[in-house]
Design a protein around this ligand. Structure first.
Ligand code: DLL
Length: 448
């Protein structure tokens, strides 16, 4: 796939500029896309079968050979892969290529045990760059734009993923990484960045410091924010858009599958296009493992179709979402992953009610006098789990009002989500600011 030479100027319908970086791939009729997926799936399975003993044994245990997969529905017969498979085969046990053919390693630290290590061939990096460039173009980023990249560089895939994508697109990348927020603001202003790449929580931390310094980012050259790597609510999107003056576009990905750019919103901001020429998406019931019909919420499962070094068969992401193949106004035919509500791991069960932090975030952001900085503290009281919501007041709100605000928030969480929480309103600056993925939950329950 070529670089920017394949970009087309596109056409406008109903006020929307329909233009694509990879027109043929992005607008392929769904039947042709399915054919391509099946072809690539079989090749990918052959790669896994021939080169990864663990995966070969798993397929054999189910009496399957790659040639037995004749339709896309046959995917449901394939075994799942889970995060612990990577840990159990640490560091390179699931790789389908020898070290001499690898170009890069990334890893995610995780909170327990060994990191998960992922590997790429040169072709994998090439495809990743293409998909990131495609994602960026879909988000409204154009060649020549100054892209301020505040995703962390290093073993995290965010920094280099966005970096290679921006370069492939023909944009001008500023490889800033996370942290040094004051310097970030100065460079965004001085270099006239048009694009900010960051986690949504870090974008907010940048906005906050800019305001404190008297810098109005809404008057800056910033127009597009490419935000992802953590769950964020629609209310958070509106908050960031109004404080920075950008169109805030959601981008999704995970290291086990590639990194950022597995899926990305277009300028319609109505779900993330999952790039189906390179990945196969399913949603399953997390309890039974059965595939769910389109539109039902469940766990997202992704199979890679072109990855050489680390082919993934039905990887259980633990991310909860829904899929839709309804046509998008942008003209792209690829499936849309609706906003990721949260991860299974982050789901709290409070007296029988399932709650994701992003749902509480959405309520907090509807209340006046509150800043969008919060943490949920989960404690055990007797045999019951209890959630304390710690949230900051806006600057200028008097401490005398804190109790009344807390009562109002408690009431709204109860009526909108149905759980009882203990809310404490805190002064400005008391919740730690994120420089990457925000920590939303502090779990103080005794370890089982
Ligand atoms: O977070 C890759 C990435 C970097 C995506 C930059 C977007 C931008 P990991 O560190 O492996 O990779 O974490 C993957 O982060 O399973 C989700 O739980 C969460 N996540 C990523 N993007 C989103 C998003 C990168 N847009 C895990 N919305 C995933 C919600 C997201 N959650």
């Amino acid at each position: 796939m070529g670089a920017i030479s394949t970009a087309e100027t596109g056409y406008r319908t109903g006020g929307l500029e329909r233009s694509f970086l990879h027109r043929e791939q992005e607008t392929m009729p769904r039947e042709r896309l399915a054919q391509l997926q099946l072809e690539r799936l079989r090749a990918m399975l052959q790669n896994a079968y021939d080169n990864v003993p663990v995966l070969r044994q798993r397929l054999q245990a189910k009496g399957l050979r790659p040639a037995d997969i004749r339709t896309l529905d046959d995917v449901a017969q394939l075994p799942f892969t889970v995060k612990t498979d990577l840990r159990d085969n640490y560091p390179f046990g699931l790789f389908a290529r020898p070290q001499g053919q690898l170009a890069r390693l990334h890893a995610s630290s995780g909170t327990t045990g060994k990191p998960t290590v992922v590997g790429y061939t040169h072709e994998d990096i090439n495809n990743w760059s293409d998909l990131m460039a495609r994602s960026m173009f879909a988000a409204g980023i154009r060649p020549g734009d100054v892209v301020h990249n505040a995703y962390g560089y290093g073993l995290f895939t965010g920094g280099l993923g966005a970096h290679y994508g921006a370069e492939r697109l023909g944009a001008v990348v500023v490889p800033m990484s996370g942290g040094s927020t004051e310097r970030q603001i100065a460079l965004i202003m001085d270099f006239k960045a048009r694009v900010l790449c960051a986690t949504p929580s870090y974008a907010l931390a940048i906005a906050e410091l800019a305001e404190q310094q008297g810098v109005d980012l809404r008057q800056s050259a910033l127009r597009v924010g490419l935000f992802g790597a953590e769950p964020w609510s629609a209310a958070m999107r509106r908050e960031i858009e109004s404080r920075i003056g950008v169109k805030a576009v959601d981008i999704y990905g995970l290291s086990e599958i590639m990194g950022p750019g597995v899926a990305c919103e277009c300028e319609c901001q109505d779900g993330l296009h999952g790039w189906e020429d390179h990945f196969l998406f399913e949603v399953i019931d997390p309890d039974t493992g059965r595939p769910l019909p389109e539109g039902e919420a469940g766990e997202l499962v992704i199979t890679t179709l072109t990855k050489q070094a680390l082919p993934m068969i039905r990887y259980r992401t633990r991310d909860i979402t829904r899929l839709t193949t309804q046509p998008c106004d942008c003209g792209r035919t690829h499936v849309r992953i609706l906003r990721i509500t949260g991860r299974n791991d982050d789901m709290l069960i409070i007296r029988g009610v399932n709650v994701y932090p992003s749902q509480i975030e959405a309520v907090l952001l509807t209340r006046p006098n509150l800043a969008p900085h919060y943490q949920l503290v989960v404690e055990r009281k007797g045999i019951l789990d209890q959630v304390r919501v710690e949230v900051e007041a806006l600057p200028g709100v008097s401490t005398q009002q804190f109790d009344a605000i807390a009562r109002d928030v408690t009431h709204h969480i109860k009526s909108m989500i149905g759980i009882s929480t203990d809310v404490t309103v805190q002064p400005v600056g008391s919740i730690p600011r994120s420089q990457g993925k925000a920590v939303r939950v502090r779990d103080l329950r005794p370890k089982q």
